[in-house]
Write a protein that binds this ligand. Structure first.
Ligand code: URA
Length: 249
């Protein structure tokens, strides 16, 4: 992956030393060195390969950004550590030196699309309610799903005292003998156990839940437990907040 050039003052600010404005002052007052040379002009661009020092000391925290897409298997938690000692999604990763963390949560028994990154800015943007990132779930539920039963979800139902935003819901399959159904539901909120709670609310308790899509990401090419790095083009789309999902159904 080519190194991305960024403004020197941004890199210094990101390293947590100071604000961007103060970083500019550090530069103009001759306290910053790039590859051993003092730089006093603002706006020069540097990459991860450049050695940056402030008052002669290398800046810390310039961890290379990494972006991963996992097909989360059942039976792992998405927290970084689990008080019950259960396996976490981080235990699955091999050869990733950076400390990444999951973008949002999936339950222990939920499978599917999970992004992980050490880029806090992008993670926060994705999780911000204003971004309205679409999440597509396929749920196997107990009971016979009908349009009437699912209708309240399209308007919003009250869960833990708060109404959910309207969801898009479709019935994919009904097994009348087994009295089970497959329901696809698209939401952009990200409350804890939201899909299970919503379907429970309309009398269709969830037996199995998979997240098929998150923003424009899906599970193509990823077996359960597998993960891959995002492509440059995918990272770029995240950076410009182009979260739309163009998948045709
Ligand atoms: N909704 C749930 O109920 N569980 C998940 O893991 C994700 C969304």
């Amino acid at each position: 992956m080519p190194e991305e050039a960024q403004r020197l003052q941004k890199i210094i600010a990101q390293a947590g030393i100071t604000s961007r404005r103060n970083a500019e002052t550090l530069i103009t007052s001759g306290r910053v060195q790039v590859n051993g040379k003092t730089v006093t002009e603002l706006g020069i661009k540097v990459t991860d390969n450049d050695k940056i020092q402030v008052d002669g000391a290398p800046i810390e925290g310039r961890e290379k950004k990494v972006y991963l897409l996992m097909n989360k298997p059942r039976g792992v938690v998405t927290t970084n550590s689990d008080e019950k000692g259960r396996k976490t999604v981080l235990d699955i990763l091999e050869g990733i030196d950076q400390r990444v963390y999951p973008v949002g949560r999936l339950d222990y028994d939920t499978t599917g699309v999970l992004l992980m990154t050490n880029d806090g800015e992008i993670a926060n943007q994705l999780m911000h309610p204003k971004s309205r990132v679409d999440k597509v779930y396929l749920a196997k539920v107990s009971g016979i799903a009908t349009p009437e039963k699912l209708a309240p979800l399209q308007h919003g139902v009250v869960i833990k005292g708060r109404k959910t935003a309207p969801a898009r819901v479709t019935i994919e399959r009904v097994d009348k003998d087994k009295k089970t159904s497959m329901v696809r539901i698209i939401i952009h909120e990200g409350r804890n156990h939201q899909v299970k709670d919503m379907l429970q609310k309309v009398g269709l308790p969830v037996d199995k839940l998979t997240r098929e899509q998150y923003a424009f990401f899906d599970l193509t090419g990823l077996q359960s437990g597998e993960y891959r790095k995002l492509t440059n083009a995918e990272v770029k789309r995240l950076k410009v907040q182009d979260y739309k999902n163009y998948r045709k159904k």
